[in-house]
Design a protein around this ligand. Structure first.
Ligand SMILES: [Zn+2]
Length: 214
């Protein structure tokens, strides 16, 4: 995501959380966006000619109030999503300090689909405003997959992290994603969703969707 998305889609956020909450949290949300975007872009340096082969599309970095450390997949090695992804690729639970480098070497990239790190409820995720938010950020999400200088493999595999976010994303794409200048098409079905019944990303499902062999 980017500052343009952050500035452009606040009406959707207000529809979901109300003007007061948005006013109160906006500075912190921007702080989280800046920190996590910086970490996301820094991670691209690890690709260094390696094409993207696996993509996991998630919602946004988690909300953390002022005073708490910002938590993000690409800025630390003790997060639960990283642990799940690591288990999917390497079949063990011990995430090393240089996990992000190893994952980039495998061609793995995580992409966020919305810019606002708030704690969304399932009810909010079912609302039109949430779908509009995901839909309005779609070009940015695709832009991140197609970052200049980073190659995407023609048979790239895409997993969607969380069920309701995934459905909003699939709805926004009409179940088809064009990448690499429209040459490659990904057709989404419910089978692309890596969440299990608990709502969390399941490493076995993720491994199967991404077609990881080890
Ligand atoms: Zn953006």
């Amino acid at each position: 995501m980017c500052i343009n998305c952050f500035n452009s889609h606040q009406n959707s956020l207000i529809a979901l959380f109300g003007q007061n909450t948005v006013n109160q949290q906006l500075d912190r949300l921007l702080e989280i966006l800046n920190a996590t975007e910086q970490a996301w872009h820094a991670n691209l340096n690890y690709f260094n000619g390696i094409p993207i082969r696996y993509i996991l599309i998630c919602e946004a970095p988690p909300w953390r109030p002022v005073g708490e450390e910002i938590s993000y997949f690409y800025s630390q090695t003790n997060g639960s999503i990283l642990k799940t992804v690591w288990r999917a690729f390497f079949n063990n639970n011990e995430v090393p300090e240089n996990a992000h480098l190893f994952l980039a070497q495998q061609g793995f990239l995580l992409v966020d689909s919305i810019p606002y790190s708030l704690k969304y409820t399932s009810n909010q995720r079912r609302k039109v405003a949430y779908r509009a938010l995901v839909s309005n950020c779609l070009n940015c999400t695709i832009g991140k997959i197609n970052t200049p200088g980073i190659e995407v493999e023609p048979n790239v595999k895409i997993a969607l992290g969380f069920k309701l976010n995934a459905r909003a994303f699939m709805n926004a794409t009409n179940n088809v994603l064009q990448i690499g200048n429209g040459i490659d098409h990904i057709n989404f079905t419910e089978d692309n969703i890596a969440a299990d019944g608990s709502g969390n990303i399941n490493s076995t499902r993720l491994r199967s969707i991404l077609g990881i062999q080890f």
